[in-house]
Structures are given as structure tokens and as C-alpha cells.
Design a protein around this ligand. Structure first.
Ligand SMILES: NC(=O)c1ccc[n+]([C@@H]2O[C@H](COP(=O)([O-])OP(=O)(O)OC[C@H]3O[C@@H](n4cnc5c(N)ncnc54)[C@H](OP(=O)(O)O)[C@@H]3O)[C@@H](O)[C@H]2O)c1
Length: 361
């Protein structure tokens, strides 16, 4: 049956963050406009794009040509190349039409008050940014109770968050969650297990582009801890980041070092890390940097996983989340696969936008 233009709904998008994920999402929105119009009866209209310098607004939505110009300018110069207003000049209640979806692809918590104000102004929120969900519990409560989606905050586009929702909606009881949620720490754990010295593993991971330029941002475990906290909160535990037990793979005394000095001095940890890896891998156990959520508690750190368990069997570059529940007890429910990457994350964000649009229709 042919479809008329009156069947197609338009949805306004206000995009916070125009980095790797934000730009991949914009390219996917351009490519999918026609596809989505026919498949989802939805046309996405981008009415605002913000980076750290400010915001570009277009009350009637940006054309593909305008979006392509912004993409090109940002990719080549790091700037949007047009006049930007400060984001603080935008008040969701007066500048965003109800039903607009605000998409946060930044990596900062300064966007959280804007997102909360948007929710109060009858807008929806889609987050790739973990910080609003893992920050103040009052923020979490607003997003969890309203028109919001945050699938890509844990395991990128893997359906981890939607699985938690479905389990809870269906009356199941989640008793235990364990997972490997950091590809970078998964790689380093596999190297240690293979007998590679810790310092060599860290430098290798950095050279391959697996770590942030300052690898301490990965080694500290905070990113994995935030993902674990989001899962714990969804299960119903009223926890804050200060309650999460985080095993950092380097001591706090090394925080003051420059990146170069750290990359040199990290060898001082070789012997202690080798001892720890040996102790955890006795009897053929597999070394994993795992998140655990159980009995009101939540933590991340190195563990020795049973080699025949789902956690022990995963390819270390992949992410996995394993749910032991009332209905999935003997053979727990596992979600695994590629848990990082800008394109796949942007696709997950787009999926959230479409899903939320249906709910808000
Ligand atoms: N990449 C992945 O595999 C992946 C997977 C899952 C989730 N995520 C999450 O997705 C988010 C984005 O990741 P990314 O790789 O795209 O990061 P990114 O390249 O660093 O982009 C971050 C963007 O946020 C902008 N920004 C910073 N402060 C802002 C503010 N106050 N207001 C508006 N915009 C602001 C930055 O502006 P400038 O351009 O001006 O600096 C930049 O455009 C992160 O939270 C990340 O954890 C990423």
C-alpha cells in the first residue's frame, strides 16, 4: 500500500554534542530521512546543534545541505563555522516545542540541568552520555520516570538497558548482574593473562588507540563503574558513585604525573600486577575486569572468571552483561557483542529516538 505524506510524522531533535557520536548520528539522520519516512513514518528535523562553544538554532529544522555544511566545517576545523548562541540562552520551556527530543552526546554533566528542564517542558531525552544517569540521584529519578532512553550508556547499542526494562516489566527478579563493560580493560586483562607485562600492555593499548590519550582515564575504572551504577540503579538500588567499589589499576599517587611520566613509571606496577593476575587465574580461570551488581551493592575490578562461564568465554574485545534472575537462574541471560564504536553507538541513539518518538506520539 502506498503511503501519503500525511502519514509521516515530523519529530524535532535538539542535539547536544557534535563530536564523534554526534556527527555519526547526524550523518545517519540524513541517510535515514527517506528510509525512516517509509519504515517508521517518521521524519527527523534537527532544530538545534550544540558543541562546547554554543548552539546553532533553526526553528524550522535544518536541511540536509545545512547539516552537511556543519559536518564538514566541524570535521575540518573543529568549529561549526557559523554564529553560535550560548547554550545558556536557550530555555527549554520557551525555546523548545513540547515533544522535541533532546539528544545528549556530550561527555559532561553540565548538560544535566538543561535535560531536566527539557523533561519538565514536555520534551523527551535520549542519552549516550552516562554522566546524567550516574550523577545526582534526583536527575536519575527524573529520567527514569519520564520520556527518556539511555540504551547506549551501557554496552553501546547492545540491548542491555532494554533487557533490564523488559525483565522488570515482566515481573522477573534480577538477582545478580555481572559483565565486562570496558573493551580497553578487557584487552589489558587478556594481555596480563597471557603473561605480557602490565606496562607493555598499557603502552600497546594506547598505541592501538584503545585508550584515551591519558590511559589513566581508562585504568581508573570510573567509566565501567558508571555503567555498573546505571544498571544497579535500574534494579532499584539507591546508590551513588561514592558507594561503588572501584578497583583502579594504578595507585592514586600516580595521578600527579604527566602522561609521558606515567607511561614510563607504569613499569613499576609490573611485578604487583603479574602477582595479582597469577593469583586470579589459578586453575585456568580467565582474567576479566568485571562489573558486579548484587545484594544492594555494586563494584568493578579484576576477577578470575570460570572459563566455561559466559563471562569467562567472551572475546575480550567484546562487552557482555549476564543477568541471573528468577526465570533465568540455571542458564543466565547474556547479552554480548561489540560494545563500543561511534557508528554503532550513533545507530543505538537513533534507535532510541525512534522508539521514544513512538511513545511520545
Ligand atoms: N564512542 C563510543 O564508542 C561510545 C559508546 C557509548 C557511549 N559513548 C558516549 O557518547 C558520548 C560522546 O562520545 P564521543 O566519542 O562522541 O565524544 P567526543 O567526540 O568527545 O564529543 C563530545 C562532544 O560534546 C561537546 N560538548 C562538550 N561540552 C559541551 C557542552 N557543555 N555543551 C554542548 N556540547 C558540549 C564537545 O564539543 P567540542 O566539539 O566543542 O569539543 C563534543 O562535540 C560520551 O558521553 C561517550 O561516553 C561513546
Amino acid at each position: 500500500m502506498s503511503q501519503t505524506s500525511t502519514d509521516i510524522k515530523s519529530r524535532a531533535i535538539f542535539l547536544l554534542g557534535f563530536g564523534g557520536v554526534g556527527r555519526a548520528l547526524t550523518r545517519q539522520i540524513i541517510a535515514a530521512r527517506q528510509l525512516h519516512a517509509t519504515r517508521n513514518h517518521l521524519r527527523l528535523s534537527v532544530n538545534g546543534i550544540a558543541d562546547s562553544s554554543g548552539v546553532v538554532l533553526a526553528a524550522d529544522g535544518m536541511s540536509d545541505e545545512q547539516l552537511n555544511r556543519l559536518l564538514e566545517a566541524k570535521t575540518h576545523s573543529g568549529r561549526l563555522g557559523v554564529e553560535q548562541a550560548p547554550l545558556r540562552s536557550v530555555q527549554p520551556s520557551s525555546h523548545l516545542a513540547p515533544g522535541t527530543i533532546v539528544v545528549d552526546t556530550t561527555a559532561t554533566d553540565v548538560t544535566a540541568p538543561f535535560l531536566v528542564a527539557a523533561m519538565r517542558a514536555a520534551c523527551g531525552v535520549v542519552l549516550a552520555n552516562k554522566l546524567p544517569m550516574a550523577g545526582d540521584l534526583a536527575w536519575y529519578d527524573v529520567f527514569a520516570a519520564g520520556s527518556a532512553r539511555w540504551e547506549t550508556t551501557v554496552g553501546a547499542a547492545l540491548p542491555v538497558i532494554s533487557t533490564v526494562r523488559t525483565l522488570l516489566d515482566s515481573g522477573d527478579e534480577i538477582q545478580h548482574i555481572e559483565g565486562s563493560l570496558s573493551g580497553t580493560l578487557g584487552f589489558i586483562a587478556s594481555q596480563l593473562e597471557a603473561g605480557v607485562l602490565f606496562g607493555d600492555a598499557v603502552r600497546d593499548a594506547r598505541q592501538r588507540g584503545y585508550t584515551e590519550p591519558d590511559p589513566r582515564q581508562d585504568l581508573g575504572g570510573l567509566d565501567a563503574a558508571r555503567k555498573a551504577l546505571i544498571l544497579a540503579r535500574m534494579v532499584g538500588y539507591r546508590l551513588n558513585m561514592s558507594d561503588v567499589q572501584v578497583e583502579s589499576l594504578y595507585p592514586a599517587e600516580m595521578d600527579h604525573l604527566s602522561v609521558d611520566a606515567f607511561l614510563h613509571e607504569v613499569d613499576s606496577l609490573n611485578a604487583s600486577m603479574a602477582l595479582r593476575a597469577n593469583a586470579l587465574t589459578q586453575g585456568g580461570r580467565r582474567l576479566r575486569y568485571a562489573a558486579t551488581v548484587e545484594n544492594g551493592r555494586c563494584g568493578v575490578g579484576l576477577v578470575g572468571a570460570d572459563p566455561v562461564s559466559k563471562l569467562g568465554g567472551i572475546r575480550t574485545s567484546d562487552s557482555i552483561v549476564v543477568f541471573s534472575t528468577k526465570f533465568y537462574s540455571e542458564n543466565p541471560l547474556a547479552i554480548s557483542g561489540r560494545g563500543a564504536g561511534q557508528e554503532v553507538t550513533a545507530a543505538g541513539v537513533l534507535g532510541d529516538i525512534v522508539d521514544l518518538s513512538r511513545e511520545m506520539a
